[in-house]
Design a protein around this ligand. Structure first.
Ligand code: HEC
Ligand code: HEC
Length: 211
C-alpha cells in the first residue's frame, strides 16, 4: 500500500467523517456524551482503514471489531509487542501518540460501525474451512475456533470478530504466528502453528464470507 496515494482522497474522507460524526453526536446525545467531541482523530485511521473502516488494501476492517480487542491491539502496537512487518511499518507510528482515553474512544467508535463482509476467499474451500472452524482438528489437537470466536465468528469480549475480514489479512495473520512474530500470547501462536497451509487457506476463505 502506498499511503501517499491515499492522501488524494483524504479531503473527501474528511467531509464524510465530519458528517458521520455529526450523526453520531446526535445519536449519542441520547446514550451519553460519547462522540460530541469532534477532536476524536478518526480520519487519522480511516485514510488507511477505509472511509467507513471496512478495510483497505493491507489495512484490516475495524468496523464492528470488538471494542476491547481494538484497544488491546493499539496498546500492543504502541508497546511494540505486535511486531509483524505491516504492524511496524504502519501501526507503530499510528498508535504511538494516542492517549489511553483516545485509544478507548476510537475503539468504541469503530466497534459500533456496522461491518461488511469482504467476500474475497475461495468459495470452493469454504466448506472445509467451516468444518475446522466448528469442529477443530481432533487428530492434531486443534480446538474448534467457535469455542472462543463465537458460533458466527462474531467474537466474544476481547476475542476478535473474524467473520468477514479479508482473506489475505486472515491468511497472513495465521501464517505470521508461525514465523516468529509476536502479538498474542497463548493460544493463537500454538493453534496457528499447527495449521497446514491448506487449512489456513480454507479457514481464511470460509471466514471471509461470513456476514
Ligand atoms: C498508514 C496506514 C495506517 C494508519 C494511518 C492506521 N492504520 Fe491501523 N493498520 C494498518 C495496517 C496495514 C494494519 C495491519 C497490521 C498487520 O498486518 O499486522 C493495521 C492494523 C490495525 C489494527 C489491528 C486490527 C486487527 O484486526 O487486529 C487496529 C486495531 C488498527 N490498525 C487501528 C488503527 C487506528 C485506531 C488508527 C488511527 C489512530 C489506525 N489504525 C491508523 C494501517 C494503518
Ligand atoms: C482458546 C481460545 C481461542 C481459540 C480456540 C481460537 N482463538 Fe483465535 N484468537 C484468540 C484470542 C484471545 C485472540 C486475540 C489475540 C491477541 O490479543 O492478539 C485471537 C485472535 C485470532 C486472529 C487475529 C484476528 C485479527 O483481527 O487480527 C485470528 C485470525 C484467529 N484468532 C483465528 C483463529 C482460528 C482460525 C481458530 C481455529 C483454528 C482460532 N482462532 C481459535 C483465541 C482463540
Amino acid at each position: 500500500m502506498n499511503p501517499l496515494a491515499l492522501q488524494a482522497t483524504r479531503i473527501g474522507i474528511m467531509k464524510l467523517i465530519k458528517s458521520k460524526l455529526a450523526i453520531l453526536a446526535i445519536v449519542s446525545s441520547a446514550a451519553g456524551p460519547l462522540f460530541a467531541d469532534e477532536s476524536l482523530p478518526v480520519r487519522n485511521c480511516t485514510w488507511c482503514h477505509g472511509s467507513s473502516a471496512q478495510g483497505f488494501s493491507t489495512a484490516p476492517r475495524l468496523a464492528g471489531q470488538r471494542e476491547q480487542y481494538i484497544e488491546n491491539q493499539l496498546l500492543s502496537f504502541s508497546e511494540h509487542i505486535r511486531d509483524n512487518p505491516y504492524s511496524r511499518q504502519y501501526m507503530w507510528g499510528a498508535a504511538a501518540n494516542l492517549s489511553p482515553q483516545t485509544a478507548h474512544d476510537l475503539a468504541t467508535y469503530f466497534s459500533a460501525l456496522p461491518p461488511k463482509a469482504a467476500y474475497d476467499g475461495d468459495r470452493e474451500l469454504a466448506a472445509a474451512g467451516r468444518t475446522i472452524y466448528e469442529q477443530g482438528i481432533p487428530e492434531s489437537n486443534v480446538a474448534a475456533c467457535l469455542v472462543c470466536h463465537g458460533p458466527n465468528a462474531e467474537g466474544i469480549r476481547e476475542i476478535p470478530r473474524l467473520g468477514g475480514l479479508a482473506y489475505s489479512y486472515l491468511k497472513s495473520r495465521l501464517e505470521q504466528w508461525d514465523e516468529g512474530f509476536h502479538a498474542a500470547a497463548a493460544p493463537m501462536p500454538q493453534i496457528a502453528r499447527t495449521l497446514s497451509p491448506d487449512e489456513i487457506d480454507a479457514l481464511a476463505s470460509y471466514l471471509s464470507f461470513i456476514e
